[in-house]
Write a protein that binds this ligand. Structure first.
Ligand code: FUB
Length: 345
């Protein structure tokens, strides 16, 4: 949501109209990745702080340093902060900006996946392992080989395969990897190296994980989103094209690829027949929230489906001080998802 729109918001009445309250309010949290492990809900969010960094379009003000795991016994119960799960100082390769994480469970171990900027200024994705879903997590000494950009989301398919989806443009640096190597030219310009409006949009990436879930077992592939005519969405189609925050879930045998459109502030989705796509654009899941970013996950809890998302209403519109929330989503008979308005009229 543009800053000038935020200036005119009456936050008291807006919070009354919000469809959900912050799950926790003693710390700021964002980018919630939710899972049910052993019948309990675990949410892996970013932990927002005000580090005093200047605002810019590279997202330097998102200067997060650590992760806390939030848990809930049921969808209606209080959310519990389980304390420090991982700190950037404990990750040998990472310097700063612990952005949107995700987690997975395999064979009694829990894996926390997280993006961070290395000392070379390049975002990579790391893994940390724990015996407990709430950590503390022990990081691998190096980032995942062949990883880049931000916003990892790990999907466990019904056959036991794990796939990592990732990527984000602008500050997330995806556009700098167009040729397969990092393009460091024009470092201060978030939109340098983006395709032209009439060219296909940049896409999220997907890679199958190795059996130990610590590395990619293949080179990352493109997640192509097609329009109804079967053409890839174009870079200028800013209300529908991928920007950041990929997520995949499966509903009635179909794969749902959902994501944020970034500078147009929607959460949208596309459907496909396999984890690699292509995916066909279907519509919007969430209309814009207060705050510039929108980031979500979708999780089934006891037969109902929920959207975990964030907004900046608790901080009265401070874009890098966000709060995680949850709301139920509903499907139509044809599998389409009804769009949520985060605030009632
Ligand atoms: O939280 C930092 C960044 O903001 C995330 O990585 C993006 O998805 C956006 O929510």
């Amino acid at each position: 949501m543009p800053e000038e729109a935020i200036e005119h918001i009456d936050f008291e009445s807006l919070n009354k109209k919000a469809i959900s309250k912050p799950l926790v309010s003693h710390i700021y949290t964002a980018d919630p990745s939710a899972h049910v492990f052993n019948k309990k809900i675990y949410i892996y969010p970013s932990h927002d702080v005000d580090a005093g960094e200047a605002f810019d379009d590279l997202g330097s003000h998102f200067a997060m340093e650590d992760y806390h795991v939030i848990s809930m016994d049921s969808i209606d119960s209080d959310a519990v902060d389980n304390g420090l799960a991982l700190h950037v100082n404990d990750v040998p390769w990472a310097e700063k900006q612990m952005w949107a994480p995700d987690a997975a469970h395999k064979d009694g171990k829990y894996y926390l996946f997280f993006p961070a900027k290395g000392y070379d200024g390049i975002f990579r994705i790391g893994v940390a392992v724990s015996e407990s879903p709430v950590g503390p997590f022990k990081p691998q000494p190096e980032a995942i080989k062949g990883s880049f950009s931000i916003d990892p989301a790990v999907f466990e398919d019904e056959d036991g395969s794990y796939y990592m989806y990732f990527g984000g443009i602008w500050g997330g640096q995806l556009q700098r990897w167009k040729t397969g190597v990092f393009n460091a030219e024009h470092p201060e310009n978030p939109t340098a190296h983006l395709p032209k409006d009439n060219e296909p949009a940049l896409t999220a990436k997907v890679a199958k994980m190795t059996n130990d879930v610590l590395e990619f077992s293949e080179a990352p592939r493109d997640i192509v989103i097609l329009d109804a005519k079967g053409n890839p969405l174009l870079a200028g189609d800013r209300e529908r094209r991928f920007f950041e925050g990929p997520w995949v879930h499966k509903y009635h045998g179909k794969y749902y690829f959902s994501y944020s459109t970034g500078d147009t502030h929607f959460i949208c989705y596309a459907t496909g027949d396999n984890p690699y796509g292509p995916f066909t654009y279907q519509g919007k899941i969430l209309n814009p929230v207060v705050g510039w970013t929108s980031h979500h996950s979708i999780c089934e809890v006891e037969g109902k489906w929920y959207l975990f998302y964030h907004d900046s209403s608790l901080s009265k519109g401070v874009t890098h001080l966000r709060s995680i929330k949850v709301a139920e989503i509903t499907y139509n008979e044809d599998g389409t998802i009804n769009t949520l308005n985060p605030y009632r009229d």
